[in-house]
Design a protein around this ligand. Structure first.
Ligand SMILES: Cc1ncc(COP(=O)(O)O)c(C=O)c1O
Length: 403
């Protein structure tokens, strides 16, 4: 096989491309070919609605004809934007209009558009520690100074957010945005409490900044009542909300969005390519979800609850008498584990590799170092039996990795 040499190009890269150049683009995980895939937040493949999607595609093509295959609205297919409004109304009681929605290539892309619109290199932003590793990779490419605030049982600790904002004010600086994952926080699991949602809005007002509210899992609630979105509590146009179809339809459709005050949308559009994001797939998703959304989400809730329960059972059966802390999320895809004192994380990694049970090491979720005492397990991908078996293997590895 012949290969073409790559010409030296680094010296020609733009200053934007050079930010974070050479840093990993994906989260590092220990197991090369896992038998138990608990690493990424992959949706359950057995629940993908293959037949109904085929049927929706045929129906859509017949009805929309050539429209389906041409350039689309730069803000995104209007039908999908209307559907997002319907989804917000059904699941969260949130009233917005299609003019507030900007369609993106998954919520990762949506978040990136928001960072591009607001964050210059060196700008201060505040996010949770821990937070979603993918968002950290995304944020870092924009070069901000990342200030962090811890997460407890009520979500992002707003007292620390306040301290950070006041510290910046004393330096004559201003936070560009506060990034928070509000429901079943990835990775730690809690919902942001109502009081803290209100307090964040108040802080954004007092310190003249914005809130980027990330909600990738809100519909997948196994227990309890949903809390109002931060977007709904805001009266000052200071909240941008990111959402996705990845977890309720399929990550391969690559459709997400930002919901934002209308006047802000051109700021995102300026960073997007022409023709709108995937108008064809937006139509397929819309035609499927118009008829099936509520019933499909209901099914998914049962599917993921059973997996969470199987994984928790496997973990606790083995780890019962240790000082481990294991989250019990009321929804979403992840379990967050604080390892027993004295766990050797390098040894744990070796044992997990031997058992071919994948996990994500804690440091991936911390913007400014730390996290060695934590791991995250995703229960979303494997069937319940494998969640149970694999959780027992990981739990056994945790026991055996004690110094
Ligand atoms: C909290 C959170 N935000 C955003 C995303 C990005 O998802 P996508 O780009 O598939 O919409 C994920 C995916 O795991 C996530 O967990």
């Amino acid at each position: 096989m012949t290969t073409t040499p790559t010409a030296r190009f680094e010296h020609l890269l733009s200053s934007r491309a050079l930010i974070g150049w050479g840093a990993p683009v994906a989260t590092a995980r220990p197991v090369a070919s896992p038998l138990y895939e608990f690493g990424g937040g992959y949706p359950d493949p057995a629940s993908f609605p293959y037949d109904d999607m085929v049927e929706a595609t045929a129906r859509m093509m017949k009805a929309e004809g050539a429209q389906a295959l041409t350039y689309g609205d730069p803000q995104g297919y209007r039908g999908l934007r209307e559907l997002v409004c319907h989804k917000y109304r059904v699941f969260e009681g949130l009233e917005v209009t299609p003019e507030n929605i900007f369609v993106a290539n998954g919520s990762g892309h949506a978040l990136s558009l928001a960072f591009s619109a607001f964050v210059d290199p060196g700008d201060p932003i505040i996010c949770e520690a821990p937070t979603f590793s993918g968002s950290l990779n995304n944020i870092r490419r924009h070069g901000p100074e990342i200030l962090d605030a811890p997460v407890d049982a009520d979500g992002m600790v707003t007292r620390v957010v306040r301290e950070r904002l006041e510290g910046l004010k004393r330096q004559g600086r201003r936070c560009k945005l506060i990034y928070t994952i509000v429901n079943f926080q990835n990775p730690a699991g809690p919902d942001l409490s109502l009081r803290r949602r209100q307090e964040l809005v108040q802080l954004a007002e007092e310190h003249d900044t914005f809130i980027l509210e990330d909600d990738a899992y809100g519909e997948l609630r196994f227990e309890g009542e949903p809390k109002p979105p931060v977007y709904a509590l805001d009266r000052g146009g200071r909240v941008i909300r990111a959402g996705t179809l990845s977890k309720i339809l399929g990550a391969g459709v690559r459709l997400g969005w930002l919901c934002a005050p209308r006047a802000m949308l051109p700021a995102f559009q300026g960073f997007n390519f022409g023709g709108g994001v995937n108008p064809f797939m937006s139509r397929v998703a819309t035609w499927y979800l118009r008829d099936h959304m509520e019933e499909h989400v209901k099914l998914l809730i049962d599917v993921y609850r059973a997996k969470r329960d199987a994984m928790l059972r496997g973990l606790w059966e083995v780890l019962e008498s240790t000082d481990v802390e294991i989250s019990r999320p009321a929804g979403g895809f992840f379990i967050w584990i604080r390892l027993p004192a004295g766990t050797d994380s390098a040894r744990l990694e070796e044992l997990a590799v031997a058992a071919r049970a994948q996990y994500t090491p804690g440091p991936a979720f911390f913007p400014n170092g730390g996290g060695e005492r934590f791991i995250r397990l995703a229960f979303s991908y494997e069937p319940p039996e494998k969640c149970y078996e694999g959780a027992r293997l990981i739990a056994r590895a945790i026991l055996d990795a004690r110094r």
